[in-house]
Every structure is written in structure tokens, then in C-alpha cells.
Design a binder for this molecule. Structure first.
Ligand code: PLP
Length: 435
């Protein structure tokens, strides 16, 4: 397209190619492009559209708040911000009762790290390799997966530990495995880093976009105990896993482990308006009462976003969607296991609730990945052809590296699941060509 100034614009964004489809609308679990083609959303966009694309309650709440006042921007005295903080505290685990609001998951993680450093007076943060915590400088620095490479050297003071990735255990998975059981590996790292220098350990309780890695039972508790022994703040990044995604309100609820700080975003408004929260335990808040913690963004607690979140929380409860996600877990798993019987490219299936990862391989015995885990992997031929085959047949599946994220909206019907699995079946034949 040539503009009045004679510039040729190839694409509106460097993040999307010129040939990307132009999506114009969505309804329920489907969305449509400008040519009228419809796609079933098997990944809830960026794993955020938990309530699908036309939730009337959230849409009405947004409209109402825009009418009542969208420009009221002093979060500390806005009724809707206080209402949301109270409502959120009803569902967060343990004593995570104080909320800091922000616009994105990355910002929520920045706040969490800053709080932990301020609280402990220590500087180092331990994070994991298979992790994504956001694209701002601090959040990218604690990110472990290759998306951080372009941002390096990043913010100093970050140390990385290995992941409880049982399918490809970096320690060779002896029994008991120090890495997959959590505490022993962390304890060893602390010997070299000096626990008195470490402010926080940050992990996704269930790793999201870096491969849907579900830790073994006992892992998170073991991290919790190790952090407690050394006065280290434990931060759970539940930006992707919060709000029913894994079948419980938060992924850590499954193991009944409460962090000192929990961050969430995405499902908080189910994607209707950007909003994130950093939920802080009473122990930290008691300390905050005597200190000033300078934190705030112009849009911390934007009223429209908060109104959307209050409505979304209502819908999760009213429609029993956390329970629905839990019930869908075994249904999705059995669909995926049936696909694995037919497709040698499926190496591993992991997940729970409405959050599953399909790890694709060239060889089941050697576990050679279909594409390597690096920044170009998703664009690499086998994964690109697999996603394109699904999309061309009307199914949207988000992929990262050699993992496809099967994470439909929590409102998906049984019939829609069947519809999506049938397309996935065909698309997997493309991946099978490389086995
Ligand atoms: N943390 C996790 C676990 C995420 O999955 C993401 C985004 O995908 C983020 C943080 C960053 O959130 P945002 O993109 O809203 O900054």
C-alpha cells in the first residue's frame, strides 16, 4: 500500500508477515477473517481468551465502565479498583491478599522482582531455563528460553537453574532426581551463589509457552521449603496458568503451595482488556505498612480493565468454569492419547485442565525433537507446515519450538473439541512426514 507521503507500507507490524490473515471478529470459540473464513481457537489466542470471544457479561461491563468513567486514573481512590482487589483476594491462594495492578504480565513480574529485592535487601534472582516471564528488560532477563537472547546481556543478578522436565531431564533423571525434586538442585546452586545474596526464586508453577512442563508432585513444596530455610521470596508467575486454565483457580492450588508473590494477567480479564496483578502475601504487606514502596504506572488499575476483570471473575464462578476446565482435562487427554496411537510424531503429552502440550519429535525412541528449541524453531519448516495445515483447515494452534499448545477457551463444548481434534489429526500427518 502506498501512502500520501509515498511510503510503501508492507505490513502494519514487524511482528506479523504481510501475508498474515486479517482477523476481523470472533464469536464463542471461533474467530473469522476478512474473507469470511472461520477458525476454531484451540489456543485461546495467546492462552488468554479463557471465556471465548463474545462473553456478553464482560462486554457489557466494559461498555458500562466506559460510560461511567474511563479516564478516572487515580487507582488508589477508584471504587472499581478496590472492588477488584477484594474479589481477587477471594480466589488467590493463602494470604496473597494485597494487589498491585499493572497493564501486562511483564510489568507484574517487574513489580514482583522489585518487591522481593526491596523486602530482602538482596539482589540475585534465580529463574529457570525453560521459562518466559515477559518482554520488558527485567522480565526478559529472568526469562530462560531463547526469546531472551536478543535482550542480552539484560539486567544483572540473574542465575538460572534447570527445569523439572522429566521427559528430557537435564540430569539424566536418576532416582531420586535432584533437579526434578526441586529443593536439592536449588540448594546446590545456593551454595555457590550465597543464599544471603538471593532475593527471589521465580518459576511458572506449570511452565507455559516454553513447553507445558508439569513438575512432579512435591517439586513446588520442595522449592517452598528451601526458600523458607534461607529467607528467599518465592514468586509464582501464573500469568498463563491462572484463572482455571489448569483446572484449579491457580496452578499452584493443585499442590497446595503458596508463594510469597503471585503474578497473573491474561485470564484475569479473559483477554478483553489488558490488565495484570501482582498479589502479595500479608507477610510482605505488613512490612510495606512501614515502608514506602514507590510503584505505579499511569494505567495501574485502569477502571475499564478492572471492570472487565470483576465481570470475568463473576463469569468464572457463575458458569462453574474452573470445574468445567478440570472436567475437560481427562477428555482432552484421552483425545490426545488416541492421536498419539496414530501419529509417531507425538513424543509426549503433558498437562491438565484446558492446558496441554503436544511435544513433537522425529523419533520416539531417541526423542529427537521435530525442530530444535531456539528462536527460529517455530518458523522452521516442519512446525510451520504443521501449523499451516491446521490453520488452513480452520484450526488455530499456537506453537513454540516443537511444542503445540492445546489450550482452548474454558467454554469449549464437547462437539467443538471433537471438531478441533479431527483437524489436528490431519495436521499431524504433516509432522509425521519427518519421522
Ligand atoms: N509470564 C508468562 C508465564 C507468560 O506466558 C507471559 C506471556 O505470554 C508473560 C509472563 C508476559 O505477559 P505479557 O505478554 O502480558 O507481558
Amino acid at each position: 500500500m502506498e501512502t500520501a507521503r509515498g511510503k510503501v507500507i508492507r505490513s502494519w507490524s514487524a511482528q506479523g508477515g504481510a501475508s498474515a490473515p486479517r482477523i476481523v471478529g470472533g464469536h464463542g470459540c471461533h474467530f473469522q477473517d476478512a474473507e469470511g473464513r472461520s477458525y476454531l481457537d484451540f489456543s485461546s489466542q495467546m492462552v488468554n481468551a479463557n471465556l471465548g470471544h463474545s462473553c456478553a457479561s464482560v462486554q457489557d461491563a466494559v461498555r458500562e465502565q466506559v460510560g461511567a468513567g474511563a479516564t478516572l486514573g487515580r487507582p488508589w481512590d477508584l471504587a472499581v479498583v478496590h472492588e477488584l482487589a477484594d474479589r481477587l483476594a477471594e480466589v488467590t491462594p493463602g494470604d496473597l491478599n494485597t494487589m498491585f495492578f499493572a497493564g501486562s504480565g511483564a510489568e507484574a513480574n517487574e513489580a514482583a522482582i522489585r518487591l522481593a529485592r526491596a523486602r530482602t535487601g538482596r539482589s540475585k534472582v534465580i529463574a529457570r531455563y525453560r521459562s518466559y516471564h515477559g518482554s520488558s528488560a527485567g522480565a526478559l532477563s529472568v526469562t530462560g528460553d531463547p526469546r531472551r537472547w536478543h535482550g542480552e546481556p539484560g539486567v544483572p543478578g540473574v542465575v538460572r537453574m534447570l527445569d523439572p522436565y522429566t521427559y528430557r531431564c537435564p540430569a539424566g533423571h536418576p532416582s531420586p532426581c535432584p533437579v526434578c525434586s526441586g529443593g536439592p538442585h536449588l540448594e546446590e546452586l545456593l551454595q555457590y551463589e550465597g543464599p544471603e545474596n538471593v532475593a527471589a526464586v521465580i518459576v511458572e508453577p506449570v511452565t507455559g509457552s516454553s513447553g507445558v512442563v508439569v513438575p512432579p508432585d512435591g517439586y513446588l513444596r520442595s522449592l517452598r521449603e528451601t526458600c523458607d530455610r534461607h529467607g528467599i521470596m518465592l514468586i509464582f508467575d501464573e500469568v498463563m496458568t491462572g484463572f482455571g486454565r489448569t483446572g484449579t483457580w491457580f496452578a499452584c492450588d493443585r499442590w497446595d503451595v503458596v508463594p510469597d508473590i503471585l503474578t497473573c494477567a491474561k485470564g484475569l480479564t479473559a483477554g478483553y482488556v489488558p490488565l495484570a496483578a501482582t498479589a502479595v502475601s500479608d507477610r510482605l504487606t505488613d512490612w510495606l505498612a512501614d515502608s514506602v514502596f514507590p510503584y505505579g504506572l499511569t494505567y495501574s488499575g485502569h477502571p475499564v480493565a478492572c471492570a472487565a476483570a470483576v465481570a470475568a471473575l463473576d463469569v468464572y464462578r457463575r458458569d462453574g468454569l474452573i470445574e468445567r476446565a478440570a472436567a475437560l482435562g481427562p477428555v482432552i487427554e484421552s483425545h490426545l492419547r488416541r492421536l498419539a496411537d496414530r501419529h509417531p510424531s507425538i513424543g509426549d503429552i503433558r498437562g491438565s485442565g484446558c492446558f496441554w502440550g503436544l511435544e513433537l519429535v522425529r523419533d520416539r525412541t531417541s526423542r529427537e525433537p521435530l525442530v530444535p528449541f531456539n528462536p527460529d524453531a517455530t518458523a522452521a519448516e516442519p512446525m510451520r507446515r504443521f501449523s499451516a495445515a491446521a490453520f488452513g483447515a480452520g484450526l488455530y494452534v499456537l506453537t513454540n519450538g516443537n511444542v503445540a499448545l492445546i489450550a482452548p477457551p474454558l467454554i469449549i463444548s464437547d462437539a467443538e473439541l471433537e471438531e478441533g481434534m479431527a483437524v489436528l489429526d490431519k495436521a499431524l500427518s504433516v509432522a509425521d512426514e519427518y519421522t
